[in-house]
Design a protein. Sequence first.
Length: 403
Amino acid sequence: MQKVISRRKKTIRDIDVRDKRVLVRADFNVPLDENGAIEDDTRIRASLPTIRYLCERDARVILCSHLDRPKGVVVERLRLALVANRLSVLLDRPVAALQDCIGPEVESAVAGMSGGDVVLLENLRFHPEERTDDPAFAEDLARLADIYVNDAFGASHRAHASIAGVPEHLPAVAGLLLAKEVETFTRILQDPERPFAAVIGGAKVSDKLEVLENIISRVDLLIIGGGMAATFLASRGYGTGRSHVETDSLDDVRGISATATERGVRLLLPRDVVVAESLEAGTRARVVPAAEIPDDRIIADIGPAAASEFCRELGDCRTVVWNGPMGVFEIPEFAEGTRRIAATLATLHGTTVVGGGSTADAVTRFGLADRMTHVSTGGGAALTMLAGKPLPGVEALEDTEEP
Ligand code: ADP
Ligand code: MG
């Protein structure tokens, strides 16, 4: 069986950080509302344990992150000062926001820090060199510190300068959040308590093929919902109306079904679905059996019978990983399938892991995030782990000495 992560990586607990200058790559890529305010500070809160650990040991904490996609130029509304303000409140200590992330002014600000001080460098993506993993840019960042800590799980699938370049120049270890994320996914993929189920949904099957192909050989039960259910249903000859069927993925989907049969994995598709004229609020929706989808309708959610069957089956599982909503949950008429899965996982006696930006968002909206064992802070990074592929940001860290 494919290995998920080759060796155990060192964390900040494995090295001496006292009084050191520590460059922490965090993931402060928070959603902003239309007024430019922070809409959800989950990712900022998730970084607090690492920052507190370092402050308690009188390290000089130099934080860095990207925010959104400024495309290599300064975008005023994407300055990290607003994150520094929120951090300062959450940590109950000053967090200085610097005007850039490299250069002489940043170096002199860092030189003036005392033990326990925290500064936040400016948005890394104001420099195009961040995304191109430019060696000189990575060196300029590395020059600021004695130790590098990666706590940015959500960015660790990208080989950018602050993720993959800086660790070439400094002792590099995992922060507490990164370690928790990687350990959680590694454990459920390599040694899950059984029965082990995966619930996979979301818009497109083509986004999730690698995940499905990896997970099908590990789970006991695979449940399919969301937009991708249309492609699964079509691959079995069902009419799917005007739902988006990814014809290029039909063969891959048949392959996944064949693997499931070979390995004795139960693969469940929705037996009924909510269909609508369009995926917009206010359109007339109704429930039909999966075998009777009208030609002029689109699948918008799993139906109530499917939700009941899925929830009953999940109730017997000891480990469940969930990626991808069951329907267009952003619209209340099409949120019920997703809500019922979330409610079932919230009361499950076992390990529940939620990965994926929209899925985490859905669980948070339902007020059930803290009822899950783990809600990942990473979208693409969680999918990369579920696909069994290495994360560049993890690979770049130092291995522990143990075999
Ligand atoms: P995640 O971010 O959790 O990995 P995805 O990005 O794969 O999830 O998919 C999320 C999107 O899938 C949501 O915006 C949701 O509206 C959409 N979606 C779910 N079901 C359907 C459907 N039946 N038709 C179209 N889109 C859907
Ligand atoms: Mg998504």
